[in-house]
Design a protein around this ligand. Sequence first.
Ligand SMILES: NC(=O)CCC(=O)C(=O)O
Length: 264
Amino acid sequence: MRASLIQIAVDEGESVAERRQRVAALVREQAGSDLVVLPELWTTGAFAYEEFGPEAEPLEGPTYEVMAKAASDAGVWLHAGSIPERDPDGPLYNTSLVFSPSGELAAAYRKIHRFGFDKGEAVLMGAGRDLVTVRLPGTTLGVATCYDLRFPELFRSLVDAGAETLVIPAGWPERRRAHWTLLAQARAVENQAFVLACGTAGTHAGVPQAGHSIVVDPWGEVLAEAGAGEEVLTVDFDPAKVAATREQFPALKDRMLGLEPPRR
Ligand SMILES: NC(=O)CCC(=O)C(=O)O
């Protein structure tokens, strides 16, 4: 399976409309990949809090339309990263969109853990409630977003729901880059799953971004890692390695907590 993570530079000199078109062209260039992944909130920037309201879109808004078409033009599964979604009956959400190669919406995931403590995303957006997995030929994706990476129980629940490849779009800052790499590897090792974590480059709202998108295998080995700037990180991986790792080193079968009734 071939995956391409597009680590988009989100800088203030480019309008959202311009960036949408530029990113769609980048997605089209990935024809031949099976799966393309974009970062979190790449239209506005994950830290550009004052842009969330003005740039919020309905689920089937401009980003949806442009990305659905890009997915079908390229013939790829597209995790289109996330948008600030305006729910007509509720608050804003940080919502990820996954499209099939025919451009159909396969899944939408509203980020569960919002970042910012008592400000920013944590107060401007509502919390998602639902786990999301997506069945692809050969693997099942488990979907999470950025700050979710710090909450291992979410990923364990995704594994219980069948996830084998954990896809994590992010807008992770350079200041905490070491956490990003460490947590991506930890989620891969503890869940014996592939991790595809796609961040942003550039600086927005005064926050330099870490870049360093990363692909980790179920044994915790880093298969590919991007640098700091805009980049397409392409990697070939064998989804069968998840089952093989879980069989050869069956630690997931030794879980004692969180399973009812206990296994032993
Ligand atoms: N956009 C985010 O969720 C940022 C998360 C972050 O900076 C961190 O967990 O550290």
